[in-house]
Unconditional design. Structure first.
Length: 431
């Protein structure tokens, strides 16, 4: 029987949930590490006397590393395999966070945040690709969105560390607390299975057979008859920029760019923007902690809708609503409106992230899935690198409300690019 057909016929079960948990643990720790820079930034500004532009550049350092990591990680995943990249990249991110906690000065902070970013950038798109390649067709989008939902848990952990540790113990304690679990999770990742789709694309049929057979043993009852699927075809990297993939590569890459710029420009700076509006450090961290809680139901709604309405309409709709509430947050008057509009921004924006991670790997064939997702993520990190720095530069002129409105416009632009992809992938085979 065809190996891919045998994999596709498996119902959702324990092996899929175990994979989701292992990948999700690393995903949450990645999010925690990214979020920590935002929750420690007010303390770093105070300790090192950073200007707004310098603080923005520090926020961009990790994202610059993520740009490089995403580009390299995607290519390595198509050459060496998904398992190796998602394991060793998380170890690199954990080591970078540990070094950040020990940094003796600002220059070292920039270097270690960059190193952390390389690991984070390599891991995220490849983990999403592996989850999608191992999930049943009817549950694939939902499983990838649920994987991305672990981001909310990680960001919540970052908010808790920032709230509980930074005021009393300082920013170093927060980074140290974030580093140790990441190193342990990297060890757990070594037990991940390799994607049979990748193995078949590499001609490693015996290894693919072993993985599929091991998963079949987890389902003792009778299984449905497999429906034959075409085997993965080898393709050169340049095929990403040639018809019929060129339009997909361009538009999804631009959607990632605008989404990253709108998200990181707003959320990395959010505690500092609230401080600038006069709420105080502890009160601002409390508000952001509450706003972060809204991410979880946003992911759950997106996970439900991507299999009912499709990937593209959910992504476009959630991005449009994110843009609206980013603007309204910038105009908020008083704590009640800050919490309401901030929570709605968090709800819809992180739901959009879940949808884009589900959508992107499905746009590319197996031989180029890691490369295509990595290219889109790398292009997105360009926006992520520029936005925190630009926010620091524009803050004195535009004020907190002005920069939030600008990031809302970027999120609206991301929705327009996502609409321009012009392809719906719900229910289609990956091949």
């Amino acid at each position: 029987m065809d190996l891919l057909a045998r994999l596709e016929r498996l119902p959702l079960g324990r092996p899929h949930l175990r994979l989701l948990l292992l990948l999700g643990l690393g995903w949450a720790l990645d999010a925690m590490d990214v979020g920590l820079i935002g929750f420690t930034l007010p303390a770093l500004i105070r300790e090192f006397g950073l200007s707004p532009a310098q603080a923005g550049l520090l926020g961009s350092a990790g994202l610059l590393g993520m740009l490089l990591g995403a580009a390299l990680g995607g290519r390595l995943a198509d050459r060496l395999g998904r398992k190796a990249v998602v394991g060793y990249s998380l170890f690199l991110a954990g080591a970078g966070s540990l070094l950040t906690a020990l940094a003796p000065g600002v220059g070292w902070l920039f270097l270690f945040r960059f190193l952390t970013g390389v690991g984070l950038g390599a891991e995220l798109p490849v983990a999403a690709s592996l989850m999608g390649e191992m999930s049943p067709r009817t549950h694939r989008g939902r499983m990838v969105v649920l994987l991305e939902a672990f981001w909310a848990l990680g960001w919540l952990l970052a908010a808790l560390l920032g709230y509980l540790l930074v005021p009393s113990w300082g920013w170093r304690a927060a980074f140290l607390a974030g580093a140790l679990p990441a190193l342990y999770a990297a060890y757990l990742r070594l037990s991940l299975p390799e994607s049979p789709r990748f193995l078949l694309a590499q001609g490693r049929v015996r290894e693919a057979e072993a993985v599929v057979a091991a998963w079949e043993k987890a389902f003792p009852g009778p299984l449905p008859e497999p429906v034959p699927l075409p085997p993965p075809k080898p393709l050169p990297y340049k095929a990403l920029f040639q018809p019929p993939l060129r339009r997909r590569t361009l538009f999804i890459g631009l959607a990632w760019l605008a989404l990253n710029a709108g998200y990181y420009g707003a959320f990395i700076w959010l505690p500092s923007l609230l401080v600038a509006q006069g709420y105080g450090l502890v009160r601002s961290l409390e508000y952001v902690l509450l706003i972060t809680l809204a991410q979880v139901p946003g992911y759950l709604l997106a996970a439900f809708l991507v299999e009912r309405l499709g990937r593209r309409p959910v992504l476009v709709g959630f991005l449009g609503l994110s843009a609206l509430f980013a603007y309204l947050l910038g105009q908020a008057q008083g704590p009640g409106q800050v919490l309401l509009f901030g929570a709605l921004l968090s709800f819809f924006n992180l739901g959009a992230w879940g949808a884009v991670y589900a959508y992107t790997p499905e746009l590319f064939p197996t031989a180029l899935r890691g490369s295509g997702a990595g290219f889109a993520a790398a292009l997105g990190r360009v926006g992520g690198v520029l936005a925190p720095y630009a926010t620091g530069l524009l803050l004195p002129a535009l004020g907190p409300g002005g920069v939030l409105a600008l990031h809302g416009a970027l999120l609206l632009l991301a929705g327009a690019f996502a609409y321009g992809v012009g392809v719906e992938t719900r229910g289609l085979p990956l091949e």
